[in-house]
Design a protein around this ligand. Structure first.
Ligand code: SF4
Length: 223
C-alpha cells in the first residue's frame, strides 16, 4: 500500500472506537473541495514496517484502524492490510468514495470490515462536474452496503451546487434506514472558479435541509 500519512489517535473518525487513521496516497477523483489534495499525487511517505511497528505497539490501547485517503480501495493489497490489522485485535473501518464496488464486495464477503463510511457526493449525473470523474460503481456500492450486515454511513459534503432538488433526487437512492450525514463545505483556496458566485451553506441552512430530507429519509443528520 502507498501510505501518505498516519494519524496516531482519533476520537472522531470511527464511531465507538479510539482509532488510528492510515491515509492511502492517490485517488481516482478530483473533487474541487478536496481537503486531502496534497496526498492525491504524492509518493509513499511511510513504509509498511513503520505503520505496523506503531500498530503493534498500540494494540490493546487503540480499538480500531481507519483506512482513509485518498482512496484506499485503489490499493491492491488492502485486503492483506486489513487482515493483518485484524490479527492484531483492531476493528477496521474503510472510508471510500464508492467507485470500486468489486473491492468493497470482496472485503465484505471476506468479513474484513467492521464499518464503512462512503461518500455519496451528488446525483450520479453531477459527478463529472463536481468530482472530475463519472459515477461508475457508486450505485452498486450503495446497493452492497444496503445488503451488508455491517454498520455504515453515507456522507455528502454540502457544496452549494447541491440544491434541495438535487438532494431530493439523491435521497431516492439512499437506503431507507441508512445514516446519511450532510457535511459542512469549507471553501479551499482556488474554489471560486467552481462556485461561480454561489454562496456556501451555513450550518443552520444545512440543518434545515436535513430536517426537510428527514421526511423521506429519517436518519439524515447535519454534521
Ligand atoms: S474522493 Fe475524497 S480524496 Fe478523492 S478527490 Fe474526492 S474528496 Fe479528495
Amino acid at each position: 500500500m502507498r501510505i501518505a500519512g498516519l494519524e496516531k489517535f482519533s476520537t472522531v473518525d470511527f464511531p465507538g472506537s479510539l482509532a488510528a487513521v492510515v491515509f492511502a496516497a492517490g485517488c481516482n477523483y478530483r473533487c474541487f473541495y478536496c481537503h486531502n489534495r496534497a496526498i492525491l499525487n504524492c509518493p509513499p511517505l511511510l513504509s509498511e514496517a513503520e505503520v505496523f511497528a506503531f500498530l503493534e505497539k498500540r494494540a490493546g490501547l487503540l480499538d480500531g484502524v481507519v483506512f482513509s485517503g485518498g482512496e484506499p480501495a485503489l490499493q491492491s493489497d488492502l485486503p492483506q492490510w486489513l487482515a493483518r490489522v485484524r490479527a492484531l485485535g483492531y476493528r477496521t473501518k474503510l472510508d471510500t468514495n464508492g467507485s470500486r464496488p468489486e473491492t468493497l464486495r470482496a472485503l465484505l464477503n471476506a468479513e474484513l470490515l467492521d464499518y464503512v463510511a462512503m461518500d455519496y457526493k451528488a446525483p450520479l449525473d453531477c459527478y463529472p462536474a463536481l468530482c472530475g470523474a463519472d459515477s461508475a460503481g457508486v450505485a452498486e456500492s450503495l446497493m452492497l452496503l444496503r445488503n451488508s450486515r455491517i454498520p455504515y454511513e453515507l456522507r455528502t459534503t454540502l457544496v452549494p451546487q447541491l440544491t434541495e432538488a438535487k438532494l431530493r433526487k439523491m435521497a431516492a437512492a439512499v437506503p431507507a434506514d441508512a445514516n446519511w450525514f450532510l457535511q459542512l463545505y469549507r471553501p479551499q483556496p482556488g474554489n471560486e472558479v467552481h462556485l461561480r458566485g454561489l454562496t456556501p451553506y451555513t450550518p443552520g441552512e444545512i440543518e434545515t435541509l436535513a430536517e426537510t430530507l428527514r421526511r423521506v429519509r429519517p436518519n439524515v443528520r447535519a454534521r
